[in-house]
Ligand binder design. Structure first.
Ligand SMILES: O=C(O)CCC(=O)C(=O)O
Ligand SMILES: [Fe+2]
Length: 294
């Protein structure tokens, strides 16, 4: 198998640990520009913590870039993981920033463990099946440096087999609110911190369990998590097992087989999360603020 950008070691790491990290995917200056815009939108001063009203902010957004132009190596890696012809278009990133300015700074710092609050699999907008096309990859884009004790997202790097088995046992699908994430992460033993520099990008298996972490250093931590979606549901029973994408192979590996037949027994379903309504409201407030200062 030949890949555009991933090395054999990257592929092996993705299959074992469920993610690859692409370092220096875009310029630090660009990341800094986006972060400055983020703060202007919030109405916060980057240099003055007393202006940071909220510690954790999930912003809406309306500025989009094409990943193929913005971060070509990441686009190539996405193609390596999924197959270019299977990726839903457009493949874009936006300024839907997820900001951590000091979550849990007053409490004693806790390393990643099953008792970390907030473990989840992304995808609050659809009924989840083993083969769901809505989330082909989980992505973390670093717009700032992200360091230990500065709010790196915690990841459970042995969660892919746990989620694979959970979803395989539920052909009727699982609504976002129906996962028992505490019980699921309780089966995991390997935890890492998704640290990195501004301009680094993580591409993760869509089943990867992850959780926000504390930021006792009160550093500015800005990321986005734009999903990549697929044109068609995943398949685990392709005629030629070599045609399975690396994401599909990650699932097959969990079952210890070359092929697996999955048939959903309920219709795919979209869910409108409360988050979307909240983000629209926040966006309206930002626009008022930005207009008032320009
Ligand atoms: O803020 C973080 O570190 C994680 C955020 C996250 O996972 C999410 O918003 O889905
Ligand atoms: Fe998430």
């Amino acid at each position: 198998m030949s890949y555009r950008t991933l090395t054999t070691a990257d592929v092996d790491h993705f299959l074992r640990k469920g993610y690859v990290k692409i370092e220096g995917a875009f310029e630090r200056e660009t990341a800094e520009e986006w972060t400055r815009t983020c703060f202007r939108r919030l109405g916060y001063d980057m240099e003055d913590k007393s202006t940071w009203v909220e510690r954790r902010i999930h912003m809406g957004g309306d500025h989009y870039v094409e990943v193929e132009q913005f971060a070509p190596r990441v686009f190539d890696a996405m193609c390596d993981l999924l197959g270019e012809e299977r990726i839903g278009t457009p493949v874009r990133w936006s300024d839907h920033f997820i900001v951590n300015l000091g979550v849990g700074a007053e409490e004693p710092w806790q390393p990643a463990s099953p008792s970390t609050p907030g473990w989840h699999k992304d995808g609050d907008f659809f009924r989840h099946f083993l083969d769901s096309p809505e989330q082909g990859l989980l992505v973390f884009v670093n717009w700032t440096d992200v360091v230990h004790q500065g709010g790196p997202t915690y990841i459970a790097t042995d969660s892919v087999p746990v989620i694979a088995k959970f979803l395989a046992d539920r052909p009727e699908g699982v609504l976002p609110g129906e996962f028992n994430f505490r019980e699921l992460v309780g089966q995991c033993k390997e935890f890492e911190e998704a640290t990195g520099q501004a301009g680094d990008v993580y591409l993760l298996h869509p089943y990867m369990l992850h959780a926000a972490s504390q930021n006792p250093l009160r550093l500015i931590r800005v990321i986005t998590n734009p999903p990549v979606h697929l044109k068609e549901p995943m398949r685990f029973d392709r005629e030629n097992p070599n045609d399975h994408s690396l994401v599909e192979q990650g699932v097959l590996r969990a079952f210890g087989v070359d092929r697996y037949e999955f048939r959903s027994t309920a219709a795919r379903e979209r869910v409108v999360p409360e988050r979307v309504r909240r983000q629209q409201q926040m966006r309206d407030e930002e626009l008022r603020r930005v207009q008032a200062t320009s």
